[in-house]
Ligand binder design. Structure first.
Ligand code: AMP
Ligand code: TRP
Length: 344
């Protein structure tokens, strides 16, 4: 039996949703809902790998949900839910803790970055984080995973885990009727000009929720004035813009702004440079402000409107969790059988 194509992706409710999240992930989600069955998950279990204030966690979970809805994800046709509401995520993650090898996790660059110098003091959860991410995807036997560039290595690990599970339990899978193994090898979807949006203050570091400088990122909830101010203050270099994409080499700030423009305008970099090549950044920034305000402000406004009714957001999450359970629970029963647990 051929597995149905299914999209899964997740975003952590850790505050400050920004243009990188929007262009690198959320716009892809919106596009994929036309062609696929999708699950979009607010990954609260991932968020607590670093301590979160409980009240803020709840607020941020609702805010990511509001961002999904405001960006245009249809919660009736697709599934929006929070991870902790479906216990299969944690249960399958435990099984994957026993499938994945220490050596595999030791290579994960995100752990190294997030743990920093004080690795001894990082949570065990932060270390095992990629196993939980593999569980998120594979619990639904999802086949396609839209993410930004920074998640590529985690996706490769998820494929390795799926492959090792299928091999370790090949006889048992076959006995349960899955001759080709139980899990599909999920494919990353990392496409377009904005898979890695960089900080507005430093073209060599990623735009991130945790950057202490708010000027480094455009938040999805920023109003028009803040967007304009941040674009105006964005770091550039003294040269005018080049006329072709090749001229952006070694100019990370210019390349980043062109990438952002390209993603929002849905035009190629060359096309944009044909228009702005030879001109000063100030001209280009004016056009970028208009485009960013046009793209982001209505979403921020809608998010604020939705956040006024947390009960409605919670109801959407509860409905999504119910439908996620319907897919996950039969899978979890099959997985328990394959692993050899007695199901009472
Ligand atoms: P996170 O906020 O870490 O949960 O990330 C949620 C999604 O946004 C993931 O698919 C990330 O790959 C993506 N993402 C985060 N930061 C960026 C960025 N600076 N550029 C592009 N995509 C990003
Ligand atoms: N680790 C992802 C991030 O920080 C979030 C995430 C958790 C995710 N589970 C996932 C993304 C499953 C895609 C699929 O960006």
């Amino acid at each position: 039996m051929k597995l149905q194509e299914r999209v899964f992706s997740g975003i952590q409710p850790t505050g400050n949703l920004h243009l990188g999240n929007y262009l690198g992930a959320i716009t892809k989600f919106v596009a994929l809902q036309e062609s696929h069955d999708c699950l979009f998950c607010v990954v609260d279990l991932h968020a607590i790998t670093v301590w979160q204030d409980p009240g803020e966690l709840r607020h941020n979970t609702r805010e990511v949900t509001a961002a999904f809805l405001a960006a245009g994800i249809d919660a009736k046709k697709h599934i929006i839910f929070n991870q902790s509401a479906v216990s299969g995520h944690a249960e399958l993650a435990w099984i994957f803790n026993c499938v994945a090898r220490m050596g595999w996790l030791n290579r994960m660059t995100q752990f190294k970055e997030k743990a920093g110098k004080n690795r001894e003091n990082a949570s065990v959860g932060l270390y095992a984080y990629p196993n939980l991410m593999a569980a998120d995807i594979l619990l639904y036997r999802a086949t396609h995973v839209p993410v930004g560039e920074d998640q590529k290595q985690h996706l490769e690990l998820a494929r390795d885990i799926a492959q090792k599970f299928n091999t370790d339990f090949s006889d048992s899978c076959a006995a349960s009727g899955f001759a080709d193994g139980y899990f599909p090898l999920p494919e990353p979807l990392i496409t377009g000009p904005a898979t890695r949006v960089m900080s507005l203050r430093d073209g060599r570091s990623k735009m991130s929720k945790s950057d202490p400088s708010d000027l480094s990122r455009i938040n999805m909830t920023d109003d028009a004035d803040s967007i304009a101010k941040k674009v105006r203050k964005a770091k550039t270099d003294p040269e005018p813009l080049p006329s072709e994409a090749a001229g952006l080499e070694g100019r990370p700030e210019a390349a980043n702004l062109i990438g952002i423009y390209s993603a929002m305008a849905e035009r190629s970099g060359d096309d944009i440079l044909a228009e702005f090549g030879g001109r000063q950044f100030s001209d280009f920034k004016k056009a970028l402000v208009d485009l960013a305000v046009e793209n982001i402000s209505p979403i921020g406004e809608e998010m604020r409107r939705l956040m006024e009714d947390p009960g409605e957001i919670d109801a959407i999450l509860a409905d999504g969790a119910g439908r996620a359970h319907e897919i996950a629970d039969p899978h979890m029963a099959e997985i328990r059988e394959i692993v050899g647990f007695i199901v009472s």
